[in-house]
Design a protein around this ligand. Structure first.
Ligand code: PNS
Length: 164
């Protein structure tokens, strides 16, 4: 009997997590034994939320998925995957415009270490969602509640109040 754990990673910035990300985590969690949602800590690009805040939101909104855990990484994704014994990256593809960037990353990762990438077509309900758009709409008082979990709505309101 093969008892190897099939582990996948969903890497990203998640500044903040959206319903589109959550949909991909849930679908990946049904395909793999364990899914690691890995937040990139990028020293050259500061987000609206700190890595700790993003991780805390991710932990809360993925609590319903028992085989999803949250981690963070610096440096190369292939090194993180080697350390965590992960052989597959799962990335959502929203539209053909994502493909160019995603294909390059997937090919680079494969060339670096043989790390595979599985592209998951985004549910059309979420195909226009992006964290950057959510932040912009929230900043100008638009309704983001259909697009992010309620906790994120709350955190965005509080954050934008703080930065005003
Ligand atoms: O949510 P994002 O910002 O589109 O995610 C991009 C991410 C984190 C997947 C990508 O930037 C990444 O893997 N960065 C880590 C550095 C790395 O491994 N670069 C080489 C990959 S081609």
């Amino acid at each position: 009997m093969n008892t190897t754990t099939r582990r996948a990673v969903c890497p990203g910035s998640f500044d903040p997590v959206t319903n589109g990300h959550l949909d991909i985590f849930g679908r990946a969690s049904r395909l793999y034994d364990e899914v690691i949602v890995a937040v990139l800590i990028n020293q050259t690009k500061t987000g609206l939320f700190s890595p700790e805040e993003r991780i805390e939101m991710l932990e809360a909104v993925t609590a319903e998925f028992p085989n999803v855990r949250i981690a963070s990484f610096r440096g190369l994704l292939v090194d993180f995957c080697r350390d965590q014994d992960v052989s597959v990256v799962v990335r959502g593809l929203r539209a053909v415009t994502d493909f160019d960037y995603e294909l390059k990353m997937a090919q680079m990762n494969y060339g670096l270490s043989g790390l595979e990438t599985l592209f998951m077509p985004t549910n059309p309900l979420y195909s226009f969602l992006a964290s950057s758009l959510i932040k912009d709409v929230a900043k100008w008082g638009g309704d983001i509640s259909p697009h992010v979990p309620p906790l994120v709505v709350e955190r965005l309101r509080a954050k934008l109040r703080d930065v005003r």
